[in-house]
Design a protein around this ligand. Structure first.
Ligand SMILES: [Zn+2]
Ligand SMILES: [Zn+2]
Length: 170
């Protein structure tokens, strides 16, 4: 499949990570900003799995304000069906505390952080879609100095899946 390298770092790095899956299935990553933080019974029945985690990123607002956040929340739905794997990703947005517009800024996550996220996601895929025995890798939390999290401007906080949460998923 043709893909433009470097077009989107998430898609670019995801395809690099799934190259090594050794199961011969084709895996694709798409963005979906309507993903819900829970799977309903029908989705579970259809084989969907869920993974919620967080990372570090940067937000740039139209008003020229920008900020860093250690609460960049990432929600994945994924499933393997008929040799095709699909991963859906919702990046949670944050609002700007200078102009107080509704949360509309998508995070820019550094490539090394994206790699870390996939290093956590891929073992879940191996375990839940291929039945491989994977030891849970303890998450090393890095504490980086950012301004206090503005919960009222955070899309993920509004859904109750942001602060104080550990990784969630099977
Ligand atoms: Zn702004
Ligand atoms: Zn939040």
């Amino acid at each position: 499949m043709a893909r433009v390298p470097g077009k989107n770092p998430w898609i670019d790095l995801f395809s690099k990570h799934v190259e090594n899956l050794e199961h011969g299935d084709k895996w694709t990553l798409n963005f979906n900003y309507k993903l819900c933080p829970d799977l309903d019974p029908e989705q579970r029945e259809a084989g969907w799995k869920i993974y919620t985690t967080s990372s570090f990123g940067r937000f740039d607002c139209r008003c020229s304000n920008s900020w860093s956040s250690a609460h960049v929340v990432l929600l994945f739905h994924y499933r393997l069906r008929k040799n095709r794997g699909l991963v859906l990703l919702r990046l949670f947005r944050q609002g700007c505390r200078k102009c107080w517009n509704p949360p509309e800024q998508k995070p820019q996550v550094p490539r090394t952080k994206i790699e870390n996220v996939f290093d956590r996601l891929i073992p879940k895929i191996l375990k839940n879609c291929y039945g491989e025995k994977i030891d849970n890798v303890p998450r090393i939390q890095q504490h980086r100095k950012t301004k206090p999290h503005e919960k009222s401007l955070c899309e993920a906080c509004a859904l109750g899946i942001c602060c104080n949460q550990e990784d969630v998923g099977d």
